[in-house]
Design a protein around this ligand. Sequence first.
Ligand code: SAH
Length: 284
Amino acid sequence: MSEAPPRGKRFPLSLQQLGSPKAGGAAAREAREAREAREPLKPQGHWQQAAAIKAKAVPPSGLGLDSAGVRQRMVKRLRTEGLADERVLQALATVPRHEFVDTALAIQAYEDTSLPIGHGQTISKPSVVGRMMALMLAAPGAQQRGHLGKVLEIGTGCGYQAALLMQVAKQVVSVERLKPLHDKARHHLVAYPAVRLVYGDGMLGHAPSAPYDSIISAAGGDDIPQAWLDQLAPGGRLVAPMTAPSGRGQVLVLIDHVRDAQGSRFVRSLHEAVLFVPLKSGVM
Ligand code: SAH
């Protein structure tokens, strides 16, 4: 049951309820007119307001404005777990991983897990990407240079690792064999013009931009393709997953192109077990 409003508050209001006596109303109107004559209308004020509102807008990821905070917490965990290279940690703290995955997965973007990126592929775990980057930065050539120089990445995927690499390199050339992923990465990497995206079979490397100071693969085959060794500059380092010598599972392989008084050679070492998607030939 609804109550009737008190009599005095009924609308429309009576003239008396409108307030000021007539003389006062006229004075107020004159004052207003004088003020308006001095101050031109400012319709652009609305545009400024709109821009301010847009700047404060919360991205539809569910992470809101605090994605930097969530990223910092991820970096803190990775540091506790043993990732020590400050440049890599800084890169991981900078690149918004949630913007490289589907909106529905954004909430998981700062967990140390691989996530699906479509077409049967996955974005690698931050700890593994971090570990591979740290191994590359520890190469004598990279230490002298202070960065990774010119990098070849095999397996662009969604482009996340390419964006990370760009934080510690001069140039990144990244090859992807699946056209829809190549296109998706192009979209994700508009803010990274120094990343060159190539649609092609990365098993062949990318000869037009060779040689590379650093080569990194995000997909693992039974062996390291000869083209990668051919395109690795003297002093350069390659890091990739590869089928373990036992034939079961994968391990990280590190290859240095050493050139000294004894000539030029490739020095190979095997590291921890990893799990990457298979390196496949041809394009799709
Ligand atoms: N670095 C990527 C990881 C993607 S997963 C990221 O941050 O998202 C590995 C990618 O390697 C897949 O997209 C797969 O299609 C690609 N790949 C596999 N074999 C390849 C080849 N021969 N050439 C280029 N890309 C390849």
